[in-house]
Write a protein that binds this ligand. Structure first.
Ligand code: AMP
Ligand code: MG
Length: 433
């Protein structure tokens, strides 16, 4: 087991990103920013063994190769009669002799001869000699005589050994997120424990002299800190360990202590506020002193300023995501850059990009080319079509716009104004935010 914390120390970040074509820190395209971040990330190295149930939401760190077939035997897909396909007729009903019964878990021991059939339940092992199941509803049974109608197909209603999982054929690869289906799949192989990556530790704090914590009355000019609550909600869906380090005043000594504590205890540190142009420069200076931090102006709205880098060193190193302070900008930059970065750091190799779907814009939207916009939208059904409308006021401080929305309307970098009825890309929130 490796002792290393997340992140490699090979080369500097600026070396890694400056070779990317079109890298311009002062007018960085969204796709370039994402690419730049990805170029710098190394997943957590530590691996642990956990019981299958506890693996839910974790990232698989081994290949799963079945040692057995699932199902283990050919079996019936229906309640009915197992028989030999050769006995069926396309043009007339046939009468077969009932020779026994097979239940799931209680096979029939004998062989099915010509002209015979066996009553079978769903999941029952196919009796030897039989290759076809006819559902009970279409058959007529009188004593030991079973009449099977014309036109039944040989081979139908049989599930074959190994048709779900085949012994020796790898089924899950390292990097696979373990969801409900994977837990069941692993259990179907009789495996009780799996190797998973250590859970990523993510620390965050809010910065700003104007921020008050819940429980205190607001002084003039103060606002309650909401960012830590949205971040908590966003992070909770990612299966990471969350360390909430509270609100930190815009004070160099307090901020430095917070950064050091965060870097020492976490693999990734998220801050909000303090990276925009109007901010006291010392936050940026401080970030830069604590490691290697890149300051970007991203060609996007909302969420233009952002810092990305690595702070601390050795075992106390952590990736830093310095997000803007505005509550909507926090959610947008998180979903567009931080979410997938944290998944990569967690060891995930698939499902990193959020799907983009298309819907017709219900109304015209103003948009200038040269930046990617993330308008808050509501996808709704209009007859047989799916349409999308904006939630109205789009200010980056209007968190209500996120609450009312069920998607981002993603207006691409080059795109200009959108006419009513034009298709636009939407990124659905459901299950993500
Ligand atoms: P900043 O990026 O620090 O200049 O902050 C931009 C705007 O976001 C300001 O109006 C802040 O008051 C607001 N803001 C910053 N942090 C938070 C927070 N944690 N909760 C709510 N609003 C915030
Ligand atoms: Mg601030």
């Amino acid at each position: 087991m490796s002792q290393s914390r997340s992140g490699g120390s090979d080369g500097t970040l600026i070396q890694a990103v400056s070779c990317l074509e079109g890298y311009d820190p002062d007018a960085l395209r969204v796709d370039k920013a994402r690419e730049a971040i990805r170029a710098c990330l190394h997943p957590v190295a530590e691996i642990e063994r956990v019981p299958v149930r506890e693996a839910l939401g974790r990232v698989l760190a081994e290949e799963i190769v079945p040692s057995l077939n699932v199902p283990g035997h050919d079996n019936s897909a229906m309640d009915g009669y197992a028989l030999r396909g050769a006995d069926l007729s396309a043009s007339q009903a046939v009468s077969l002799t009932l020779a026994g019964t097979a239940f799931a878990g209680k096979p029939h021991s004998g062989r099915v001869g010509p002209g015979q059939c066996i009553r079978v339940m769903t999941g029952a092992v196919m009796p030897e000699g039989a290759d076809t199941v006819v559902v009970q509803e279409v058959c007529r049974a009188e004593g030991n005589a079973v009449t099977v109608p014309a036109g039944q197909k040989a081979g139908q209603n049989v599930r074959f050994a190994g048709e779900d999982l085949k012994a020796g054929v790898p089924v899950l690869a390292p990097g696979q997120p373990l969801r409900a289906a994977e837990l069941g799949l692993i259990a179907s192989l009789g495996i009780g424990e799996v190797s998973v990556r250590r859970r990523l530790r993510v620390a965050f704090f809010s910065t700003g002299d104007e921020l008050a914590s819940i429980g205190k009355p607001l002084a003039p000019g103060e606002v309650y800190d909401s960012n830590r609550y949205t971040l908590h909600g966003l992070l909770a869906g990612l299966g990471v360990e969350i360390l909430d380090l509270g609100v930190v005043r815009d004070d160099p000594a307090l901020l430095e202590a917070a950064f050091r504590k965060a870097a020492a205890s976490a693999d990734a540190v998220l801050t909000t506020g303090g990276v925009s142009v109007g901010e006291a420069d010392f936050i940026k200076q401080l970030m830069a002193q604590l490691g290697e931090v890149l300051f970007w102006k991203i060609a996007m709205r909302p969420g233009r300023p952002m810092a990305f880098g690595r702070i601390g060193s050795g075992r106390d190193a952590a990736f830093l995501f310095g997000l803007p302070g505005n509550p909507v900008a926090v959610m947008v930059t998180f979903t567009q850059f931080v979410r997938d970065a944290l998944l990569v750091l967690s060891g995930r190799t698939s499902g990193l990009d959020l799907p983009l779907l298309r819907a017709a814009s219900a109304s015209a939207i103003r948009k200038v080319p040269g930046r990617t916009e993330y308008q808050r939208g509501v996808v709704y059904r209009d007859g047989t079509d799916w349409k999308v409308r904006t939630t109205g006021q789009q200010g980056s401080g209007v968190l209500r716009s996120m609450s009312e929305a069920n998607c981002f309307i993603v207006l691409e970098h080059e795109r200009g104004n959108v006419a009513a009825g034009e298709p636009v890309q939407v990124q659905l929130f459901e299950g993500l935010l």
